[in-house]
Design a protein around this ligand. Structure first.
Ligand SMILES: [Zn+2]
Length: 252
């Protein structure tokens, strides 16, 4: 049976206080905008990598923490992962920065998962490493499986708030967390299949192309070379290769 990962997006969209201060560009980001996007992307990665997932808070409302952990416990999840953006201070912007990851005190597996996810999360964009820590948060304490809470950057730091608002950083965090989950369970991370552009259908028969090359292009190139017309010879060579490409043959 595939491992079941409980994914928690931290808070409701309108949960009081869970947002950036007013940023210099006049924008306020709610923490859940970041958390929810990362969870959605992570969900896709994990399913592709062969996991089952349980989104413990599917809606914009502030699903109570008890309901989140009850859902994970009832489903017998193998790992609980709660995705957050951090905040520091009394509500203004400040210089506190970095990534920190939490597990519950005494949970050997929780610590192992936290260390693995933390290392993976630090892999891309260089943010200060605030370390792996223990905490008595509800989602860590009340879960009956290894549980990890990641804080992916500070909403109260102007540079990190900009990162947290960017799709690129959300995409990066989701992939890093997915890689960390795979590593923790000893499974390979399965890359996204790149959609290969469809090969254009070959339009010209190679025999026709070679006939044109031999009967017309080659003699014209030989002619050009005889006259010392290097540009003409090069052009004939180029045209021959265009004909080879158009008929699906290697160039010369
Ligand atoms: Zn949070």
């Amino acid at each position: 049976m595939a491992k079941l990962i409980a994914l928690c997006d931290g808070h409701g969209m309108e949960t009081a206080g869970k947002r950036t201060p007013l940023l210099p560009n006049g924008v306020v980001m709610r923490e859940n905008e970041f958390n929810r996007r990362v969870v959605a992307l992570l969900d896709v990665h994990l399913k592709r990598c062969g996991f089952r997932t349980l989104l413990v808070a599917q809606t914009d409302v502030d699903t109570p923490l008890r309901a989140r952990t009850d859902a994970a416990n009832a489903a017998k999840a193998d790992l609980y992962l709660s995705v957050h953006a951090n905040a520091f201070g009394a509500g203004g912007l400040n210089s506190v920065r970095g990534i920190e990851t939490f597990h519950r005190l005494g949970s050997v597996e929780g610590a192992k998962a936290a260390v693995t996810l933390h290392r993976s999360l630090l892999g891309g964009t260089k943010l200060p490493n605030r370390g792996v820590k223990t905490a008595d948060f509800h989602v860590l304490r009340e879960t009956r499986m290894p549980a990890v809470l990641v804080e992916c950057g500070f909403m109260t730091n102007v540079e990190e708030a900009a990162l947290l608002r960017s799709e690129a950083y959300r995409v990066e965090c989701a992939e890093e967390l997915a890689r960390g989950v795979c590593e923790y369970f000893g499974l390979p991370f399965v890359r996204e299949a790149k959609t290969n552009p469809v090969e254009p259908a070959v339009k010209m028969d190679p025999k026709d192309a070679n006939h044109i090359i031999d009967s017309f292009v080659r003699p014209s190139r030989a002619d050009a070379l005889k006259k010392g017309d290097q540009a003409g010879a090069a052009e004939a060579h180029r045209l021959a290769n265009e004909l080879r490409k158009a008929s699906g043959q290697p160039t010369q």
